[in-house]
Design a protein around this ligand. Structure first.
Ligand SMILES: Nc1nc2c(ncn2[C@@H]2O[C@H](COP(=O)(O)OP(=O)(O)OP(=O)(O)O)[C@@H](O)[C@H]2O)c(=O)[nH]1
Length: 280
């Protein structure tokens, strides 16, 4: 890392983002300097915080124990490098230098520019039409969130969203317009949920939002806000509404399958009680 060949690497983000966790580089860099950020990461990801940090930086999986050990060594190595170079090479360079040249614990560094990494991540995880997360990402995320919810007794909420009378939209305006409507509703959902929420295309014209650490009342408020935003959206003079089914984990409902079933029942209630409504 000290030779010229590697100098240009400093301007490149060497991060292959963790596909499921999407930890932003800025957060990773901040976590090194700012104990409050590291603590927040630990609160959110519990024992996996260090493993995720390293996975995001290197795209290599290490056990949580190893990761904690490496992370502390990287922080020290970063300080030494900064002193030796009389400038800050950045936490990414320090990490790769430590992993490749000092601990030799990474057989081959995966070096990818940040822009390319983001593109790969987006293409691998997001549905092209709605730009919401794909069903496969949703399944993994929900499973994981349910496990966390049970372990830490913090509820996760699930909102299932089904566009009303969408067949009629396709039949009246054509599939291309139908696609435009779906894309616009995807944008509307993405723009309306929190950073920590996971909006996804559940299938066809059915969408979903996973809301970690969210109680029923909050989930209902957010669903109601989404419902009214969808209702207010106009795409090429087409207006649609959507029905919402909300469920949260409880002592009885604590796995992904049960949570989906419960949200699906609520969605069915919303449909049979006249659509364009939120039920739980
Ligand atoms: N344009 C478009 N249409 C889709 C897509 N995915 C699913 N659909 C359509 O969504 C429609 C869903 O129709 P139904 O399941 O009958 O439901 P609905 O008409 O919305 O009726 P309710 O759910 O009872 O309100 C079907 O016509 C599907 O072809 C898509 O990606 N693009």
């Amino acid at each position: 890392m000290f030779n010229n060949e590697h100098n240009t690497l400093e301007n490149e983000a060497l991060v292959h983002f963790a596909i499921k966790e999407k930890l932003p580089v800025s957060l990773i860099e901040k976590a090194e300097y700012d104990p409050a950020t590291l603590q927040a990461l630990k609160n959110q990801y519990h024992n996996n915080a260090y493993a995720l940090l390293l996975f995001s930086l290197t795209h290599e999986l290490f056990s949580e124990r190893q990761s904690r050990h490496y992370w502390h060594a990287i922080v020290q190595h970063h300080r030494r490098l900064t002193k030796a170079l009389s400038r800050d090479p950045g936490v990414i360079v320090a990490t790769l230098d430590y992993m490749n040249n000092i601990s030799h614990c990474m057989p081959a560094a995966k070096i990818i520019s940040e822009a390319k990494s983001l593109l790969i991540t987006e293409a691998a995880t997001k549905d092209a039409l709605t730009t919401l997360y794909m069903r496969s990402v949703f399944d993994i995320a929900l499973e994981k969130q349910c496990q966390q919810a049970c372990k830490h007794n913090a509820p996760v909420a699930l909102v299932l969203i089904d566009i009303d009378n969408f067949k009629q939209v396709n039949d009246s305006y054509g599939h291309i317009s139908g696609d435009k409507v779906l894309a616009a509703i995807g944008d509307c959902i993405t723009a309306s949920v929190r950073e920590t929420d996971i909006p996804a295309r559940y299938g066809g014209e059915e969408l979903a939002v996973i809301m970690p650490r969210t109680r029923l009342n909050t989930a209902l408020d957010i669903a109601e806000r989404l419902r009214s935003k969808v209702e207010a959206t106009v795409i090429d003079n087409i207006r649609v509404t959507a029905s919402f089914g909300v469920a949260v984990t409880t002592q009885d409902i604590c796995d992904a399958k049960q949570l989906i079933q419960s949200a699906d029942n609520a969605l069915y209630q919303a449909k049979i009680s006249g659509k364009n409504t939120v039920c739980y």
